[in-house]
Design a protein around this ligand. Structure first.
Ligand code: DUT
Ligand code: MG
Length: 213
């Protein structure tokens, strides 16, 4: 997406999100058609639908990973196209399907959520995400190289690393895409417990097949 010459930076938003007649096309196909809704600050928006329905596309319009073809999206009353991209994307913590774990230490993987954070803050975020113990069990704890060229983490541990990043980021809006997919029951319970804490006070968009989330 292009940054408009009039785009401006905004401070931390309260998290009011409004879609006004938003349409989205991809590859000549209409994916979303005149979607309108209003989500007050701190509310939860659950999104469900069959595969290919456009759930991930909907989430990706907010940080402008994709551009709406028609209509507008307002954040605290401001059209997101009038907000500079850095400032816009800083408002979101994102945990998408198959959150990546990078070839780096566990500490670096979490710190990616906010590179200037102290290690003690990363550890606090890992605790909040219920992944601290799993990291401590690795041969070199937080210094252990994980990811493609390091220690292997389970699907649930990777999801919880993504949640730890989100805690550390402390953004006012969460975009969560199937945060409990492909994990076993114990891991799912740990994720759900941590998600409840993460969602408190933040506007949350969550794609999930779990109606209770
Ligand atoms: N689409 C692409 N590439 C993109 C974005 C979307 O091909 O970068 C298409 C694929 C699909 C439609 O748009 O036909 C909606 O895709 P999306 O990923 O939004 O669907 P979903 O609801 O998230 O499906 P799933 O439940 O499989 O994740
Ligand atoms: Mg999807």
């Amino acid at each position: 997406p292009r940054e408009s010459p009039n785009a401006r930076a905004v401070g931390r938003v309260a998290g009011a999100v409004v879609f006004e007649g938003v349409s989205f096309e991809h590859g000549g196909r209409s994916i979303l058609r005149e979607l309108s809704f209003s989500a007050p600050p701190g509310s939860r928006v659950g999104i469900s639908g069959r595969t290919g329905a456009g759930k991930t596309s909907l989430l990706s319009l907010l940080p402008r990973f994709h551009e709406a073809g028609a209509g507008r999206i307002l954040l605290d009353g401001v059209d997101i196209r009038d907000i500079c991209l850095d400032s816009l994307r800083g408002q979101f913590a994102i945990a998408f399907q198959d959150s990546p774990v990078f070839s780096a230490s566990g500490a670096e993987n979490i710190g990616y959520g906010r590179p200037e954070a102290e290690e003690s803050e990363s550890v606090a975020a890992a605790r909040a995400a219920n992944v601290h113990e799993a990291i401590e069990r690795l041969p070199d704890g937080y210094r252990t190289f994980v990811g493609a060229h390091g220690a292997r983490l389970s699907g649930g541990e990777r999801q919880r690393i993504a949640l730890a990043r989100a805690f550390l980021r402390n953004a006012p809006i969460l975009l969560l895409d199937e945060p409990t997919s492909a994990v076993d029951a114990a891991s799912e319970a740990a994720i759900v417990e941590s998600l409840e804490r993460l969602m408190r006070g933040r506007t949350t968009f969550i794609v999930s097949h779990r109606p209770e989330l």
